[in-house]
Ligand binder design. Structure first.
Ligand code: ZN
Length: 271
């Protein structure tokens, strides 16, 4: 199910990013507001009553400090609005009315000039979907110009339960299979050149996750390189991490493949 579901989420990410900066987009007025919960800068609206102390919602609240502190981002008080529907049917009805041009998908994130919004329903993969989309919200609150590949790589990393430390079996399997077929080699410079979500394949999402995991989970120097890139991205578009990195670690692509091999051998032990 996960593999078959995956393209749908990729597609809604595509759509979400089509909308970034689109001045014609206006969030609809009719939204689920039967229940609301304010958790610091995370505001959750729903069309059903959910327990205020639900673990997932607490996790989402805590994720903001985990992301901003872990990535050394400045704190932001920009709210991230989450609109939750109880059932897929209600959600799809809402979408059909307000976004008839959108294809079927489980959730999406929309950034406009004034708002960061997530729309989804309470389904089987709600935890992963919410962590992924809310992560986009937190990142964009601090780094509106975050490079596309890094935005998705970080969202794929943080969508995992905190105890998994970003470990993503699905991506490992995909990358290992592509590597073994001989039709994939890591190319960060090419990932950095991608500007539109529709240009990113499932394999490129997986590669974006792998580079991000490598940066965050190997050395402090690499983690700082990632932090510096995010800082630069706050000042200008198209900040390149690769330009600096490959000069200092010329064999970094091979090291990334070694990292993948280590993850592959560890996969049975990981959460
Ligand atoms: Zn995404």
């Amino acid at each position: 199910m996960r593999a078959s579901d995956r393209p749908y989420r990729f597609r809604y990410c595509v759509l979400a990013f089509f909308l970034v900066g689109c001045s014609r987009f206006t969030p609809p007025a009719e939204l689920p507001v039967a229940s609301s919960l304010i958790l610091d800068e995370l505001v959750i609206y729903s069309d059903f009553q959910f327990p205020d102390n639900h673990r997932l919602l607490m996790d989402l609240q805590e994720m903001r400090s985990r992301i901003t502190e872990g990535l050394d981002l400045p704190p932001s008080d920009e709210p991230v609005e989450v609109y939750l529907f109880k059932t897929p049917r209600r959600y799809q009805k809402f979408l059909a009315h307000h976004y008839p041009q959108f294809p079927d998908r489980r959730a999406f994130f929309v950034q406009t000039d004034t708002r960061l919004c997530v729309y989804t329903y309470w389904g089987d993969r709600i935890a992963e979907d919410l962590r992924h989309e809310v992560c986009h919200g937190y990142l964009h609150a601090a780094v509106p110009n975050i490079p596309l590949w890094l935005d998705e790589g970080l969202a794929e990393f943080y969508e995992r339960d905190e105890s998994a430390e970003g470990f993503h079996q699905e991506h490992i399997d995909l990358l290992v299979a592509a590597r073994d077929r001989g039709d994939w080699q890591p190319q960060l410079a090419r990932l950095e050149s991608l500007e539109k979500m529709e240009e990113m394949s499932e394999l490129e999402y997986a590669e974006a996750w792998l580079w991000t995991h490598f940066l965050l989970q190997t050395t402090e120097w690499r983690k700082n390189l990632l932090r510096e890139t995010l800082q630069t991205s706050r000042q200008k578009r198209d900040a390149s991490l690769w330009q600096q990195w490959h000069l200092i670690e010329p064999d970094v692509s091979q090291q990334l493949l070694d990292h993948l091999a280590r993850l592959q051998s560890a996969d049975r032990l990981a959460p």
